[in-house]
Structure formats: structure tokens, C-alpha cells
Design a protein around this ligand. Structure first.
Ligand code: URA
Length: 191
């Protein structure tokens, strides 16, 4: 089966899922964006209001900033990345998804990763990083570091664009500047 068929089947399964409370309040399942052939698989936290309304991850203010940063670093969101989240349905009031919600949704994410088989997984923000690296991590300490996760996938951590929306500086050493350095390293790694 091609990646596309496998992922479409998985998306359909996800669209029928009502295993946790988030399924009851969602407008749309937010499954993925980008290319199944991408070498970079980026995992965010959870859909927000704009994502719930459209069914596409990272399309709101944070998503637009992410797209701009990727573009500045020579990465094309549609072709170079496959983008998804730790959970596929919007948590009410944009709260952080609970461990139970993440656990019930995890099999979708693992199947996405094992189907896309990216060269690198980008853990975007604290919720995503904690899901794979443990609850104790501090994002400011581990961003830019590289890890092996799920047996043998290379993974690295970047700041979440929502955090960057609150930190405007682009000066050397600022969170936005650091994120660009991180994205440039990721681009080098896949080239
Ligand atoms: N924030 C996320 O973590 N994911 C999205 O899809 C949108 C905003």
C-alpha cells in the first residue's frame, strides 16, 4: 500500500474516533498537512480554533509565523514537511491536552511516523517534547538538542511558535533567532 492510501485510511479511522472527550466537541479532526514524502515530520501540541474550523494544523497566527520562519530558512511547508499534532482534536479553551487524551490518540501519531518514516522528527514546543522525552524536560534547556526517539528516529526540539508570538525580538540569541538556527540545522541535516 502506498503511504498516501495508508494515511488516508488512518485519517478515516481518526475521523470516526470518539475515544476521548475531545471527539464530542470538535468541528473537524485535524489530521495533518504537508507531504507524506517529507523528510521532516513536525509534531505540535494540539489544534486551536482556526485548525478546528479548517481541519488543517498550524493555520492560525502561530501557524502563519511557523510558515514564515520555515520559508526564511529555505524550507517549504507543503513539500519539505509533514505536520501533525500530539492530539487530533481541539481541546476546549485551548487547554493543554491531558495525558489520557494524548495516550488515547498516540497510536494515530505513531502510525503517522512509521508510515512517513521521516529523516528527522521535530518536536515543536513543550507538550510535544514532553510526550517523547519525559515530563521533566525544560524546553529552554533542550531546544536545539538532538535525540533518538521511538527506537531509532532522529529528533530535535524547537520553541513553539505561540511562544515566539510573545517574543518579538530577532536579535542574536533571542528565541526567534535561536529557532532560525535550529531550522537551518534541520535543513542541513536533510540535505
Ligand atoms: N498549535 C499547535 O500546536 N498545533 C496546531 O495545529 C496549531 C497551533
Amino acid at each position: 500500500m502506498t503511504k498516501l492510501i495508508e494515511l488516508n485510511n488512518l485519517k478515516q479511522e481518526c475521523e470516526n474516533c470518539l475515544k476521548c472527550e475531545l471527539g464530542k466537541t470538535r468541528t473537524n479532526v485535524v489530521f495533518s498537512d504537508g507531504s507524506p514524502e517529507a523528510k521532516i515530520l513536525l509534531i505540535g501540541e494540539a489544534p486551536g480554533a482556526d485548525e478546528d474550523a479548517t481541519g488543517t494544523p498550524f493555520v492560525g497566527r502561530a501557524g502563519k509565523l511557523l510558515s514564515a520562519l520555515l520559508q526564511d530558512c529555505g524550507l517549504d511547508r507543503k513539500n519539505d514537511l509533514y505536520i501533525c499534532n500530539t492530539v487530533k482534536c481541539r481541546p476546549p479553551e485551548n487547554r493543554v491536552p491531558t495525558d489520557e487524551e494524548k495516550n488515547l490518540c498516540e497510536h494515530f501519531l505513531i502510525k503517522q511516523i512509521n508510515t512517513v518514516k521521516p529523516k528527522v522528527i521535530v518536536l515543536c514546543g513543550a507538550t510535544s517534547a514532553k510526550s517523547f522525552l519525559g515530563d521533566k524536560i525544560k524546553i529552554s534547556q533542550i531546544r536545539g538538542q538532538w535525540f533518538k526517539i521511538l527506537d531509532n528516529f532522529d529528533a530535535t526540539v524547537i520553541f513553539h511558535p505561540s511562544y515566539l508570538l510573545r517574543n518579538h525580538s530577532e536579535l542574536e540569541g533571542s528565541p526567534r533567532w535561536l529557532t532560525k538556527q535550529d531550522l537551518l540545522k534541520i535543513k542541513d541535516f536533510i540535505s
